[in-house]
Write a protein that binds this ligand. Structure first.
Ligand code: CIZ
Length: 302
């Protein structure tokens, strides 16, 4: 038996023993996606896990994602297999600066992308995903919005609303580094492919896309499209998911280095280790959890 099969068997045993559900984000390595019960975006996975009767959620992703799962499932034990799997974009927003911004703009509604810590969500009026950000902002009664933490998604929203959008200066280092020349080059090598890009990329890059959307949006678009060939402008892990769902279609990364180092920290060994040792447990103070939950719930109402 090869090492992966042994690990998969051990994982199955531990899952049963701890009554656990395994979630893998779309950006995880292929072997982790294949071992998971559910693969998807962070909020969708957190909602699915909340509806299961599992006692333990193992979130293969980065810290803010495991926090989202805990916000929705306070009674379940939530584990993040790699303690250091953080998100530089989420870390670019801090509570002290946010409070100062709120004082400076008391008339602005605070809209926070789910790619943020529980403490930042707790300070926000409402959350959004990259799929519903425009809809959320347009649903608000305020004419002014403070959008955080992603400046590129914020600018995208600003270009689709009449509201004044004050954009926080955060960005995802993996998406933000992609430039117009990268898109020009891929258009030369793959002239007939449709270009699907995540809104965490820079505005000039987004202008060159055939479709702009979240990971869930890209999955849906690729599935429904009559085209057979696509260039994927987001973290390369999504391509594994896309190829599995669409075996007759072709997918190419927009850039060979479209890789999030934090997402790649989780391996099959680390996933099994997390359930063996029951680590690393995500804890959120209850008052912060409730406030963060309220901001997420408001988004769901929209
Ligand atoms: O929230 C998520 O899962 C992220 C980071 C992106 C997306 O578009 O799904």
């Amino acid at each position: 038996m090869n090492i992966n099969m042994e690990l998969i068997d051990e994982l199955k045993r531990l899952k049963k023993e701890h009554r656990a559900v395994i979630l893998a984000h779309n950006y995880q390595v292929a072997e982790v996606q294949d071992a998971a019960d559910y693969v998807g975006d962070s909020f969708e996975l957190s909602r699915i896990a909340a509806k299961t009767d599992a006692d333990v959620i193992v979130f293969c992703g980065v810290k803010f994602m495991a926090e989202s799962a805990k916000i929705l499932s306070p009674k379940k034990t939530v584990l993040l297999p790699v303690k250091e799997a953080g998100c530089p974009l989420a870390d670019m927003a801090d509570v002290i600066t946010l409070r100062k911004m709120k004082e400076k703009h008391p008339d602005a509604a605070v809209v926070t992308y789910v790619n943020s810590s529980a403490s930042i969500k707790a300070e926000s009026d409402i959350c959004c995903t990259s799929s519903n950000a425009v809809k959320v902002v347009n649903s608000l009664k305020e004419d002014k919005v403070l959008f955080l933490p992603d400046k590129n998604l914020g600018r995208y929203v600003a270009s689709h609303t009449d509201k004044e959008v004050i954009v926080w200066n955060g960005y995802c280092p993996t998406h933000n580094v992609i430039n117009v020349d990268d898109v020009k080059k891929i258009k030369v090598t793959h002239p007939t492919s449709l270009i699907l890009i995540h809104p965490e990329c820079q505005p000039e890059v987004l202008k060159m896309a055939d479709y702009i959307g979240s990971t869930a949006g890209i999955i849906k678009y690729a599935k429904e499209s009559k085209s057979r060939s696509f260039v994927i402008g987001t973290e390369e892990g999504l391509i594994h998911h896309l190829k599995l769902e669409n075996p007759s279609k072709e997918f190419f990364p927009l850039h060979e280095q479209f890789i999030c180092p934090n997402m790649k920290k989780t391996t099959l060994e680390k996933l099994v280790g997390a359930l063996e040792k029951m680590e690393f447990e995500v804890k959120i103070p209850e008052e912060i959890r409730i406030m963060a939950y309220n901001a997420l719930e408001k988004m769901l109402k929209v």
